[in-house]
Design a protein around this ligand. Structure first.
Ligand code: OGA
Ligand code: NI
Length: 654
């Protein structure tokens, strides 16, 4: 445990030291290093797995001959260090900047390269923004690129059997950025790479390279060298063109190896589309679709801001730390939603039920509790429990741990920032950032299926002990609650637990920073929970609301209380006797609001089994209201859709 933390610590320290030199990889080479620093060394398993190679075969990457950019990129990199340092920056707002490794703080191993980035949202850049040594030839190259881009998109349109101007007319040849990479000679090229394996995210890349070589494409599971041809440019299809073409054109993985000789220089130009594409639905070109060729991608929004926001890896809290006054546009809910917003009640006398679990060992009291739970589950789908046996200190420490995690050094948080669903522990802002209509004012740390693999060393250090302790107590309480819920359904007390309902617990910690414009957004959009049951801990800041009789009711935090809510799967199990109710979290000027939600979605063994209403609850007068389905498919559907899209449960209604 301790060693792992210190390894992380030293890596971060080394990354920062390297970054602070502002001299990039070339600075290391200039300093005469013999061994490459550890931060560049690829993981042992990657190195071992990387036997595949093939230099024997020949490959035909189509060549288009155009004019070439001079050796200005070399001049830029080899000029006086002080001049380069002036441009060294990680500020995403800067159009022209120099840096080494965009993902310096988050990658497993760094790439052996330095980069000069010129983001040109159009083709009329201001020459004075360019570094003087490469101003003239860059301007010249940009002029040619503009023409070349248009020609290439005409050819590509025709190759798709579209009108020649099709791709140009939707703005594909716009929004170009130039990235100039400088790969210094590397003393140990077998331990690192020039650029890791990746596909290009944009529409089309046009790449110029000098004579050194190193670019490889993955073709039939083998790496093929793309030999530099004097005066030639490599073009490759990006992910977005693959989407536009409905997979007819392929966005292919490629990489650049590091090399004893050098410098290698490459200048990719990424066409990512006209700004007007960003807020329109983006998907396969309609003219290419037919019954025999249905769309392979659903439409999505290409919002530039989203990507930029996501790149900061700092979440909503990061925006605040930068002192924003207005919330970014992508958090603002659609006008019609804002207008149609159901009024907040809060004046009525009725409240979400609070159920006291003390004296549960007394059989008469237990019967009363079961009855209260039955009524609450039928009428509200939500209730709070108090005197549940978990010490107040355990709850307070869990809230505090969530706060500490979110308020710690940004770099430590960024290491966990990810959208990789396969990872057990991830931090990010808005799991559906790229697919929702508006983003929520919230950052989230998620431990997936935590109880089945509670490996504490995976957890962020500040969060580790309190979470282990909290999780232990929650699993005991969950077992009691599933007994009470079983009884409330008229079943044997162990019915739900023996099916595995009390397993598959994911621990999700939400952090809702104070919001400068709470009326324009939400902390969490209206949704119902897809799992079986959720147990929710919240701090003292109100925000959670449930929809009851078409009105929003606040769930006022009861000190020491926990909120229980019925999920869609329990609604199915109970044949609609228990309700999975819509709820949301408002944004708030005060904060942070903190909540920790434990979602129970069932034992892993249930995944492949048919899932449906409990047989004992079905009768002639109460026929099943859902058809049976495979739980795994259901969960995949839930995970791939925005929070507020059509609930997966609707697909199985009879
Ligand atoms: C959820 C949820 C409410 C809250 O994560 O599904 O409803 O208070 N959270 O954070
Ligand atoms: Ni919820």
């Amino acid at each position: 445990m301790a060693t792992e933390t210190s390894v992380d610590y030293y890596r971060t320290k080394e990354l920062k030291q390297f970054d602070d030199t502002k001299a990039g990889v070339k600075g290391l080479v200039d300093a005469g290093i013999l061994n490459i620093p550890k931060i560049f060394v690829r993981p042992a398993e990657d190195l071992a797995a990387d036997e595949l190679n093939s230099n024997q075969k020949t490959i035909e990457v189509p060549i288009i001959d155009v004019s070439h950019i001079g050796d200005c990129i070399r001049l830029f990199n080899e000029q006086d260090l002080e001049l380069k340092k002036e441009l060294y920056s990680r500020d995403s707002a800067k159009k022209v900047k120099f840096l080494s490794n965009f993902d310096l703080y988050t990658s497993k191993a760094l790439d052996w390269k330095d980069t000069l980035q010129l983001s040109l949202l159009d083709f009329d850049p201001d020459p004075s923004e360019m570094p003087p040594v490469c101003r003239k030839s860059t301007m010249e190259y940009i002029k040619h690129l503009k023409k070349l881009g248009e020609t290439l998109f005409e050819l590509l349109s025709e190759a798709l059997d579209l009108q020649p101007n099709h791709l140009n007319s939707i703005g594909c040849s716009k929004g170009c950025s130039i990235v100039a990479h400088y790969y210094p000679p590397c003393p140990q090229p077998e331990l690192t790479l020039g650029v890791r394996k990746h596909t290009d995210a944009g529409i089309l890349t046009v790449l110029l390279q000098n004579h050194i070589g190193g670019l490889q494409v993955l073709h039939d599971d083998q790496w093929f060298d793309v030999h530099p041809i004097r005066g030639g440019l490599v073009k490759n299809v990006g992910d977005l063109l693959q989407v536009l073409s409905n997979d007819k054109f392929k966005s292919v993985k490629h990489r650049a190896i590091a090399n004893h000789v050098g410098p290698r220089i490459s200048v990719p130009c990424f066409f990512s589309g006209h700004a007007s594409l960003l807020d329109k639905p983006f998907g396969p070109i309609k003219e290419l679709l037919s019954e025999a060729n249905p769309p392979r991608y659903k439409e999505f929004l290409l919002n530039e801001y989203l990507a930029k926001f996501d790149d900061t890896k700092a979440g909503v809290k990061g925006l605040l730390d930068n002192g924003i006054l207005n919330i970014p546009k992508f958090f603002v809910r659609p006008a019609e939603d804002l207008a149609a917003d159901e009024p907040n009640s809060g004046h009525k006398n009725i409240e979400v039920p609070i159920i006291d679990l003390s004296n549960i060992g007394d059989s008469i009291r237990r019967q009363e509790i079961v009855n209260e739970i039955r009524i609450a589950s039928e009428e509200w789908g939500f209730f709070q429990v108090i005197n549940h046996g978990i010490p107040l200190s355990v709850l307070d420490e869990m809230i505090e741990a969530t706060r500490l995690f979110n308020e710690q050094d940004l770099e430590l948080k960024m290491e966990l920032y990810s959208r990789d669903g396969a990872k057990k522990v991830i931090f990010n802002s808005n799991s559906d950032l790229y697919t929702s209509q508006s983003a929520d004012w919230r950052d989230t740390l998620r431990l997936t299926s935590f109880e089945s693999n509670p490996d504490s060393s995976d957890l962020p250090p500040v969060y580790r002990e309190p979470t282990m302790e909290y999780n232990k107590h929650i699993n005991i309480l969950a077992e009691t609650l599933f007994e009470l819920l079983s009884e409330a359904l008229g079943l044997q007390p162990d019915h739900l637990s023996s099916m595995g309902c009390n397993k598959g617990c994911s621990v999700v910690s939400h952090y809702y920073p104070p919001c400068p414009e709470p009326e324009l957004t939400l902390g969490l959009r209206k949704h119902a929970d897809a799992g079986i049951m959720a147990l929710l801990l919240q701090n003292h800041v109100t925000g959670l609301q449930v929809l009851h009789d078409d009105q929003w009711f606040d769930v006022h935090p009861a000190r020491g209380g926990l909120v229980v809510n019925i999920g869609d799967l329990l609604q199915i199990l109970s044949n609609d006797k228990f309700k999975s109710v819509k709820h949301r979290v408002t944004a708030n000027r005060v904060g942070p609001r903190i909540s920790v939600v434990c979602f129970f979605s069932g034992h892993a063994d249930m995944l492949e089994e048919p899932f449906g209403t409990i047989k004992e609850l079905i009768s002639e007068t109460n026929p099943p209201r859902y058809k049976e389905f495979v739980l795994k498919e259901y969960i995949d559907k839930v995970l791939s859709s925005p929070i507020d899209s059509k609930p997966a449960i609707d697909y199985y209604k009879l």
